[in-house]
Design a binder for this molecule. Structure first.
Ligand code: NAP
Length: 232
């Protein structure tokens, strides 16, 4: 049987790298997208079934070209994991317009563009899985998080809409919404209690490997904090 094919955006480090690794462990082929060429080339050397594509996820033409190349080389894309993301935190009155735009473009428009790039062939085959890495910040808000939360709430809306739209095409749409992860995302200090990138990768694998009749809609995951009462 042909090896399944995934595209993982933001694969150069952190969660995206862990997802790529998890899929490779299951004998998938993985096309990893990011801007850091060196990291992608190192991953190609380490993992024979991995291919890196240097791209900015905001580039619509590049998304289309990469999907075409992957399909030509490996066959149809079975799963898109739209994971690339950025975070900038500041009180709303201090958040720069550039940072606002970057978060909305990378975290929300990126998944939209990549979905558009993979959907035509998934819809034609009636087979495929779109998986979006959102955040607990897509279900709640916090001071300093206006732009980031807006981008991730928007992503939840995009995913929820898509899940309904693609029903006639028998495609699956999943959102994984994690709390703090030990990646150094957005230059944040690593919290004493946080998820590992591998924990998020495992949740993704759980959704991707579920029987075809099962759709995991939204998976919200948080680190267990000893003694914590409530909270996001
Ligand atoms: P990370 O270690 O900073 O990795 C971010 C990834 O996104 C990198 O591979 C980066 O690659 C890529 N990326 C950023 N901007 C890009 C662009 N314009 N074009 C292409 N790739 C781009 O962060 P992470 O923690 O793994 O985050 C992954 C996802 O998890 C994000 O969507 C984030 O919002 C979400 N998340 C993170 C946390 C957390 O606490 N870490 C919690 C909840 C959700 P290049 O720089 O090489 O382009």
């Amino acid at each position: 049987m042909a090896q399944p094919v995934a595209i993982v955006t933001g694969a150069s480090r952190g969660v995206g790298r862990a997802i790529a690794r998890r899929l490779l462990m299951e004998d998938w082929r993985v096309a990893g997208v990011a801007r850091s060429e060196e990291a992608l080339r190192d991953m190609e050397k380490e993992w024979p079934s991995f291919r890196g594509f240097v791209a900015d996820v905001r580039d619509r033409a590049r998304a289309k070209a990469i999907v075409e190349e992957v399909e030509k080389t490996w066959g149809p894309v079975d799963a898109l994991i739209a994971n690339a993301g950025v975070g900038h935190y500041a009180p709303t009155w201090e958040l720069s317009e550039d940072h606002w735009d970057e978060m909305l473009e990378v975290n929300l428009k990126g998944p939209f563009l990549w979905s558009q790039a993979v959907l035509p062939s998934m819809m034609a085959r009636k087979k495929g899985h779109l998986l979006f890495i959102s955040s607990v910040a897509g279900t709640t808000t916090f001071p300093g998080g206006a732009g980031y939360c807006a981008s991730k709430w928007g992503l939840m809306a995009l995913a929820d809409t898509l899940r309904q739209e693609v029903k006639p095409y028998e495609l699956r749409v999943t959102v994984v919404a994690p709390g703090s992860i030990q990646t150094g995302f957005a230059g944040s200090p690593i919290k004493p209690y946080s998820l590992l990138p591998e924990d998020v990768a495992e949740a993704c694998w759980h959704a991707l490997s579920a029987p075809e009749r099962v759709i995991y809609g939204t998976i919200i995951m948080r680190p267990k904090v000893p003694g914590e009462l409530g909270g996001a």
